[in-house]
Design a protein around this ligand. Sequence first.
Ligand SMILES: Nc1ncnc2c1ncn2[C@@H]1O[C@H](COP(=O)(O)OP(=O)(O)O)[C@@H](O)[C@H]1O
Ligand SMILES: [Mg+2]
Length: 352
Amino acid sequence: MRQSFEPIWLALPFPAFVISSEGIIAEVNDAAEGFCMTSRKQMQGRALAGYTGDGAAVLDAVAQAQGGMRSVVLHDVQVGWGGQGRGVANVQATRLGEGEVLLMLHPRSIADKMDRSLSHRNAARSVAGMAAMLAHEIRNPLAGISGAAQLLSGGLSADDRELTEVIEEEAKRIGDLVNRVEAFGDMGPSAAEPVNIHDILDRAKRAAAAGFAAHMTFKEVFDPSIPPTVGSADQLMQVLVNLLKNAAEAAPAGGVITLKTAYHPGVKLSLPGKRSQSLPIEISVKDNGPGIAASILDDVFEPFVSTKASGTGLGLSLVSKIMADHGGVVDCKSDVNGTEFKLLLPVWKEAR
Ligand SMILES: Nc1ncnc2c1ncn2[C@@H]1O[C@H](COP(=O)(O)OP(=O)(O)O)[C@@H](O)[C@H]1O
Ligand SMILES: [Mg+2]
């Protein structure tokens, strides 16, 4: 490796190898060590086939690049290393000359998550449009109904007045629901201000602890060095409140919510066809509830998906939309011991 290229090589955010004409691993970068969970020392000088197994698609790609093809991309390849699955990746092999091949792996999971969170945003957008229209259409007849009930109640006995009160109360409940649904559609483009993560975590936690999460214990594991992110503090606060509310509703009495923050400078995500994005700020909201029902695990971010009798199923859809509006990602892990939502966000950059 030419010395001036070495730092670039090592810093490449995806696993990369140089494979010799004999199929021997000549160079390994840092990301490859992490992805393969094998040290560079172990891998260099060994046959690639010894790790991937004979007949692996990765070997095919290398062979094709060494042959006529020069550059080969295989999509959605199951990559194994030393007999263990390492996940699905797009595999790219490019001939460097003399039969040497540059082999690059682009793990799919992160790009997929970003893709999915963007499609959630579209779903939320169309819901928002419909919500605004519906809200408008419902409000007028509703005003008529409750106005008429008020007029009626004047000439009624106490018993019958109870009934008109029910009409008014329920009409008010519909009105509140309409307001909430409409607020969902109202969100304009988010502000682009520096937002201190720990401030909004603190605000969200205090709001939760004073109300719906009064029965919960909070644990905090904060990395104090986190720089501000960018966007709207109010909307990000809404994200956290929604996650805390779900956690409080899921966890047993005396349950524990763990709030964690971490900073990973240098973490870059690349999305096909998009600029690569740096999302080094991580916020995690974890509970020790029974986990998300398996039947809805793949759809929790879709609007109107709910297992709760009085749930709207809009909470996580909103979370996903706000995160996408902020150029971030939300990810969720859940099993019978609890549920964790992870938020990844960009860093605020001073305009120059
Ligand atoms: N922390 C959690 N633990 C278990 N299930 C959860 C959690 N968060 C969300 N869910 C599941 O996801 C569904 C959708 O959540 P959400 O979009 O906030 O709608 P809602 O809370 O109105 O049902 C919930 O009904 C619940 O089944
Ligand atoms: Mg909810």
